[in-house]
Design a protein around this ligand. Structure first.
Ligand code: SAM
Ligand code: SF4
Length: 324
């Protein structure tokens, strides 16, 4: 069985937010004081995640990404990673790379398919200003360790005009020097007061800036991923993620499971299907869950713009609660 919607897309890629907690406080993501974090009892247990993972796998999902919050904040994450790597062909993680020094061997052992590491500045003071934590040296050390250990690593940079856009070219050069793909993400405004609207820099402008320095920049044919891909000199790959301009929705194959077990069809979807209630109801079978997932995904809207139009503007939203 496949997970189709009415716009001819098949969902094959599940992003699981394993926690809404995080040890950083990136300005574009969370307020300095944190958020009203979910209670432990209200988030999916590992057993529940694995049961759901098998149902998704039976429905044709073959790629999973652990995200959050910070996935490595979750206790014994190794247990979950091992189990998921038995279920899915491709297991990826998005992380801030502050907490996994002890996990590098495990990532090698399970042959992790990809690690996306977030780093928004190559300058210690600016990193601190953005994340509100002085973790630059640790993150950089872990990035270099991952590269040295042959872990397939990409870097995620949320671009903010006037804050870190002056580092775009430095990041491209860093990618060239270390043979690693860098991906620039448009900052997404989620709430009126998160300031992201003021610093928003569109994907087109990011590409123009890179082309200004590297005239051989060439856009590649879309490959169905969340980023527009470019090459420089046919060698270095650079990605630009139009997270807010949403120009790639027509090929989206992603669905999301929040820490609280809600299945969302889109980063901009405010409501979805409550799978936590289903896994905790002993009268509900895997077949029932499978049907609920099929019925949910078929309702996926054509684009994130359509989803956004339905959002209650007064409700607080953050990537950390959705599983960014
Ligand atoms: N803590 C992990 C990390 O930072 O990589 C995983 C969770 S984080 C929510 C996932 C990704 O979402 C990161 O690359 C982060 O930079 C990005 N992100 C968070 N809030 C965002 C926003 N408002 N706009 C664009 N990207 C955002
Ligand atoms: Fe934490 Fe990631 Fe959000 Fe930064 S972007 S506060 S590291 S969840």
């Amino acid at each position: 069985m496949k997970l189709g919607d009415t716009h001819n897309r098949i969902a094959r890629y599940l992003r699981i937010g394993v926690t809404d907690r995080c040890n950083l406080r990136c300005r574009y993501c969370m307020p300095a004081e944190g958020i009203d974090f979910a209670h432990r009892d209200d988030i999916l247990s590992y057993e529940e995640i694995i049961r759901l993972a098998k149902v998704f796998s039976d429905l044709g999902v073959d790629k999973v990404r652990l995200t959050g919050g910070e996935p490595f904040m979750r206790k014994d994450i190794d247990v979950l990673l091992r189990s998921l790597s038995d279920v899915f062909a491709k297991v990826h993680i998005t992380t801030n790379a502050t907490l996994f020094s002890d996990h590098i061997n495990l990532l090698k052992e399970i042959e992790i398919s990809g690690l996306n590491i977030s780093i928004d500045s190559l300058d210690r003071d600016r990193f601190f200003m953005i994340t509100r934590r002085d973790s630059y040296a640790l993150v950089m050390k872990n990035i270099l360790d991952c590269i040295k250990n042959g872990i397939p690593t990409k870097l995620n940079i949320v671009v903010m005009k006037g804050v870190n856009d002056m580092e775009i070219i430095d990041f491209v050069r860093f990618g060239m020097e270390h043979n690693v793909e860098v991906r620039f993400i448009e900052a997404m405004p989620f709430n009126d007061d998160d300031g992201n609207r003021d610093v928003y820099m569109p994907a087109t402008e990011i590409a123009e800036m890179i082309a200004g320095e590297f005239p051989s920049l060439q856009k590649l044919v879309a490959d169905g991923s969340s980023s527009e891909k470019y090459t420089i000199n046919g060698k270095q790959t650079v990605g630009i993620i139009p997270a807010y301009s949403r120009s790639l929705c027509s090929s989206c194959d992603r669905i999301r499971l929040t820490p609280q077990g809600e299945l969302l069809n889109c980063l901009y979807a405010q409501t979805g299907t409550n799978l936590l209630a289903m896994v905790r109801d002993e009268k509900v079978s895997d077949g029932d869950i499978q049907q609920a997932i099929v019925d949910s995904v078929i309702l996926k809207k054509r684009s994130g713009l359509e989803e956004e139009a339905l959002i209650d503007k007064n409700a607080f939203r953050s990537m950390t609660t959705i599983g960014g």
